[in-house]
Design a protein around this ligand. Structure first.
Ligand SMILES: Cc1cc2nc3c(=O)[nH]c(=O)nc-3n(C[C@H](O)[C@H](O)[C@H](O)COP(=O)(O)O)c2cc1C
Length: 252
């Protein structure tokens, strides 16, 4: 669950800064994609019905969560929190609090193996930004102190632009959450798991059940994970899209 106690927000002073050689990891290579893009293009529907008898193995879930933990956010704001429901009880807490008019989504939540609630911060305090910066410094993200200071100023400028000028800070953070959603959907595909995004729920009701607003968060979207049920007729229907020229313009 979310831990936001102020004791966690230990501010590391700039004096504790130490230089760490950049780029310690080896270059990434890969043999080739395992996601079958042709399949996704032609018949890649999000499941509408999940097999209640199938559970995702723990090591696969762990891999997905590690990937999700690594997902980037603009200025490294890390403004999304993930609540993972893997037991019938925890899935029921979500299923029972989807709100009126969203009954069509309840069986997906009950039958799938795991549900991840993607929750977004309601705001970003300067205290939180200081905590983020201190962690980046402690992790050796900056080769020089001058770069660390420059980055801190850039982040503050960018956040203040959204906070005070454009006044869309929460909306901007939710865009980061949607980027995480998209990347998680593809990662699930790569791991051989079926996944669906669900926007169809009442965030006021779900937030209350999960105690999100007291912690400064609100539920943005759900990620349903599991295995498609054979009876999902939707899997056998064709894709429907407006013609390509309604989607793409090739500039001259
Ligand atoms: C952000 C997002 C939220 C969605 N929320 C729901 C939902 O709450 N319930 C549902 O059944 N489908 C949901 N969908 C599925 C869409 O309705 C589906 O992607 C769309 O109909 C196109 O389907 P297709 O790619 O299978 O042709 C959602 C899709 C996205 C991208």
């Amino acid at each position: 669950m979310i831990s936001l106690s102020s004791s966690v927000r230990t501010l590391v002073k700039v004096e504790t800064y130490k230089v760490v050689p950049p780029n310690r990891g080896a270059m990434r290579t890969r043999e080739g994609p395992t996601v079958n893009l042709n399949e996704l293009i032609e018949s890649g529907h999000f499941p509408k019905k999940y097999d209640p008898s199938r559970r995702i193995p723990n090591d696969v879930v762990d891999k997905l969560l590690k990937f999700i933990y690594s997902i980037p956010t603009s200025v490294n704001a890390q403004s999304t929190h993930y609540l993972v429901a893997s037991t019938p009880e925890s899935r029921s807490r979500i299923a029972d609090h989807m709100g009126e008019g969203f009954d069509f989504n309840v069986p997906k939540v009950r039958d799938a193996s795991h549900i991840i609630v993607l929750a977004t911060r309601e705001t970003l305090s300067n205290e939180y930004l200081d905590e983020l910066h201190a962690k980046e410094v402690a992790d050796g993200k900056f080769p020089t102190e001058a770069l660390a200071d420059q980055w801190q100023a850039t982040v503050r400028m960018w956040i203040d632009l959204h906070r005070y000028d454009v006044k869309d800070l929460q909306h901007w953070m939710e865009k980061q959450t949607y980027l995480a959603l998209g990347m998680s959907l593809m990662a699930a595909e790569e791991l051989g798991i079926n996944a669906s995004p669900l926007e169809g729920f009442n965030s006021r009701i779900l937030d209350a059940e999960l105690g999100l607003r007291q912690k400064g968060f609100t539920a943005t979207v759900l990620l349903v994970l599991g295995y498609r049920d054979e009876a999902d007729f939707y899997a056998r229907t064709p894709k429907s899209r407006l013609p390509m020229d309604r989607h793409f313009t090739f500039l001259k």
